[in-house]
Ligand binder design. Sequence first.
Ligand code: PMP
Ligand code: GLN
Length: 402
Amino acid sequence: MREIPGAWRRTAIGAGLLDGHGRAAPTIFAEMSALAAHTGAINLGQGFPDEDGPSDVLDAARAAIAHGVNQYPPGLGMPALRHAIAAHQQRFYGLQVDPEREVLVTAGATEALAATILALVDGPDDEIVVFEPYYDAYAALVALAGARLVPVPLAWPTFQPDIEALGRAITDRTRLILVNDPHNPTGAVFSAEARAEIVRLADRHGAIIVTDEVYEHLVFDGSHVPLASLPGAAERTVSISSAGKTFSTTGWKIGWITAPAELVTAILSVKQFLTYVNGAPFQPAIAVGLALPDAFFTGAADALKAKAEQLGSGLRAAGFAVSRPAGSYFTVADADPFLGPDEDAADFCRALPARAGVVAIPLTAFVGTERSAQYRTLVRFAACKKPSVIAEASQRLATLAR
Ligand code: PMP
Ligand code: GLN
């Protein structure tokens, strides 16, 4: 195959998507979902729910299509959704944002991240601090923007940032600090100390904080604390979220940004040439979702907490050591007892459909290859599945021990 130069290659290398022959590989999520489909294994790999979200939200989308909401929405997003996002920030976090100037609707959190990184990175000397392991798109987007990724490791089993490592990573070269809390793939919720330190260092070094809060309503104990709500943070923070996880609508790809007006303008200038706009009938439906009563949001967190506990028990009974997630869809388990000599978690996950009829994802898929050693035995399992599915998966995993 001829080598294709340019941004494609940079992104593919950044995301680890080029194989040894210079060919592109699918993302780990696509690969593992295809493996599940092909083998009939239970898919605890890719994080998507196997049940529909609230009927009010689904009905609102159907009604919007029936009532002609089918053409391009405004570039910033439909007013009903922008107002609902602003009201949501006020209601849950006491944050005041102007729905006319400080809110931007995007094609999922993914486009929000892409437009933000492309808009705010200047060149190869800019550093973007991320917490490793990290969601796969981060490295790809940083590579596409031509900037440098600076990872801060999160160590098993608590996956909390090390404050000294944070201090070493954030310098005057830091352009963006990208914070995913609650965290994919580890299920960690950052400590108050880590949050405060991120804001302090961002201020000291003139860095912009970019948050990825797609799991904001899936915190198991207490409630989510957005970095923008810390003193002095809002003026330098781009907050990103998405409807996918909160309303079990991952295929709708409705996300959003809240940020100071000048940052929204910069990000919009890129976003308008990525997708321009998206999801017209889904936007008013998500506005309905964001205004649902508190019981919906606490119910979603409680239901996922119960599933994560069920999955954790099943994994422990099967013989894994398991971390205790504080939020998100995910639980990390140590597959060490099941590894043969020279095997790692990637080998284990490739063999797991045949060994036990379950699909999971190795943590090394979220780590730069040069630093993968400390994660080599760890596996991510998704808990966002029906209790009956988690029960069946647990029974299957129990056969590993025998
Ligand atoms: N960030 C994180 C941490 C995620 O887990 C995901 C995947 N759902 C995304 C971003 C992408 O979100 P969206 O589907 O809204 O683009
Ligand atoms: N966020 C989902 C996960 O981490 C997957 C999203 C995707 O496939 N890009 O499993």
